[in-house]
Design a protein around this ligand. Structure first.
Ligand code: FAD
Ligand code: AMP
Length: 474
């Protein structure tokens, strides 16, 4: 007889581990199967997010931002520090410590919540059974309900095969221990821009090759234009749009990249190349063939709006299913699916999932942008407020960026909020809450915001929708 649980979760990323904890809170005897191992071959919970994604990238973004400030911004505050020395291995070690603490923290949370952690590759078998394969061998478990949270993995392109030496993916890009002189990045998406920024701040000459002509297509145009100007002119990132990488050739210590740009073939040589061309659902070997699990045309596990797969009692969440590949979206689905199993009626509002790009300045948004409002033929109005007119922002020596608000012209309901500026990642939460509560711009305008704070820019943007911002000419 195989060991039986109420719920088995496969995958302990932010979708799966949160689902497991919520299941345990709801009284289910829960197990979570995960195969991730650290460099020493030890189990490491937390998935992509904790091991090679959100957390380590933010640790390095923060360290490198401090270097940038010491080299270029302290002076404006009257602080001189002389030559700034950077110990990259120490920076990487600090990042690894943070990762280690957090991944161990998940193990602690599992223990405290009585979630059974099982290490190995989990595979769904017929009859709601899960076969787990590890170095120790193979064991089979069964459960009344199974949650597939197998996440995603980097997309590899044959024109630049990752060798984890000269050509690296996001994991390798977080472990470079010597600043490359010339760094190439393929893809100017969220990950490419964040990782490109890290190494640019640490002294690499960074060239980002992006196949699309538009810069950050999902971002409101007014903001993406200003962001592009800041990254290129202000920070020296060489962003080549419309540059399709067609090949690469590695030598002993460099990699030559070929790309087409404006109809012509170009080559460029780098000391390191980061491939950041997106991620795909990681469904390899997640279910035995005879289970008949339906995978959609984009390789994701097919789910309905209750996160149910085509197999009764089997659910799927996070990067492995439709929707934005974001940790907080996966976690929210994790909570929802546990509550669905418990017979509750949770709801994940995919229209209010915030997006953040942790460049400097940060970019964050929720809801629709102005281009989408136009495409949808909506009767809309907009308001904006520049951080250059916000006292707190100036006190921080932050002069760029803006808050832009889009609202329904008839009902005044907030449809989208877009922020380019300092701490945009934190500021966006107010907009998310407003939209979750179906607030109007008038609601935000009538809410008292502390002075002096960056959040006053949101307040002023709401006032500006109605032509009554106080600290700018409307
Ligand atoms: P994952 O985190 O991918 O976890 C899946 C887990 O399941 C892994 O541990 C995997 O080993 C395990 N697994 C898979 N298949 C099996 C199996 N068959 N058996 C056992 N175990 C299995 N998102 C944000 O919201 N904010 C950010 O700032 C952010 N930054 C990022 C930066 C980088 C560099 C990258 C790469 C990603 C970033 N993301 C960010 C995206 C975020 O990491 C993902 O959206 C999130 O990790 C998805 O969570 P998940 O639980 O669905 O999957
Ligand atoms: P994201 O999906 O946000 O991580 O972004 C990945 C980016 O990589 C997208 O904007 C793609 O257009 C870009 N991309 C994919 N393949 C190539 C390629 N061969 N050359 C240049 N850019 C690419």
């Amino acid at each position: 007889m195989s060991e039986k649980f109420d719920v088995i979760v496969i995958g302990a990323g932010p979708a799966g581990y949160v689902a497991a904890i919520r299941c345990a809170q709801l009284g289910f005897n829960t197990a979570c199967v995960d195969k991730w191992e650290d460099k020493d071959g030890k189990p490491s919970l937390g998935g992509t997010c904790l091991n090679v994604g959100c957390i380590p990238s933010k640790a390095l973004l923060d360290s490198s931002e401090k270097v940038e400030q010491a080299e270029h911004e302290f002076e404006a505050h009257g602080i001189s520090v002389g030559n700034v020395n950077v110990d990259v291995p120490k920076m990487i070690a600090r990042k690894n410590d943070i990762v280690g603490n957090l991944t161990k923290g998940i193990a602690g949370l599992f223990k405290a919540n009585k979630v059974t952690a099982i290490h190995g590759h989990g595979k769904l078998l017929k009859g709601k059974q899960v076969e787990v394969t590890s170095k120790e061998g193979t064991a089979t478990y069964s459960a009344d309900n199974i949650i597939l949270a197998c996440g995603s993995e980097p997309i590899n392109i044959p024109v630049a095969p990752v060798d984890n030496n000269l050509i690296v993916d996001n994991a390798g890009a977080l472990d470079i221990d010597d600043v490359p002189k010339r760094l190439g990045v393929i893809g100017a998406g969220v990950i490419g821009l964040e990782l490109g920024s890290v190494w640019n701040r640490l002294g690499s000459e960074v060239t980002i090759l992006e196949a699309m002509d538009a810069f950050l297509a999902p971002v409101d145009k007014q903001l993406s234009r200003e962001a592009e100007r800041t990254f290129v002119k202000g920070q020296g990132l060489d962003i080549k749009l419309g540059a399709l990488v067609t090949g690469s050739k590695t030598a002993k210590k460099s990699v030559k990249v070929t790309y087409t740009f404006k109809g012509e073939e170009h080559t460029e040589t780098f000391d390191k190349l980061i491939v950041a061309v997106g991620r795909k659902a990681n469904t390899k070997d997640i279910a035995a063939e005879d289970v008949g699990l339906v995978i959609d045309e984009r390789g994701r596990i097919d789910v309905d709006n209750q996160l149910r797969t085509n197999i009764a009692g089997v659910y799927a969440i996070g990067d492995a299913v439709k929707g934005p590949m974001l940790a907080h979206k996966g976690s929210e689905e994790g909570v929802a699916v546990a509550e669905i199993i418990a017979g509750q009626q949770p709801h994940v509002n995919h229209d209010t999932v915030p997006w953040v790009i942790y460049t400097h300045p940060e970019i964050a948004w929720v809801g629709i942008n102005e281009e989408q409002a136009k495409e949808q033929g909506l009767n809309y109005k907009t308001g904006f407020f520049p951080f250059a007119a916000n006292g707190r922002s100036l006190a921080m020596n932050e002069k760029g960026g803006r808050v832009k608000m889009i609202a329904d012209a008839d009902t005044d309901r907030v449809l989208g909020v877009h922020i380019l500026g300092p701490n945009a990642s934190e500021l966006i939460s107010e907009a998310v809450l407003a939209m979750e509560y179906s607030a109007s711009t008038e609601d935000i305008a009538r809410t008292i915001h502390a002075h002096p704070t960056l959040s006053e820019a949101l307040h002023e943007a709401a006032l500006s929708v109605d032509g009554r911002a106080l600290h700018k000419v409307n």
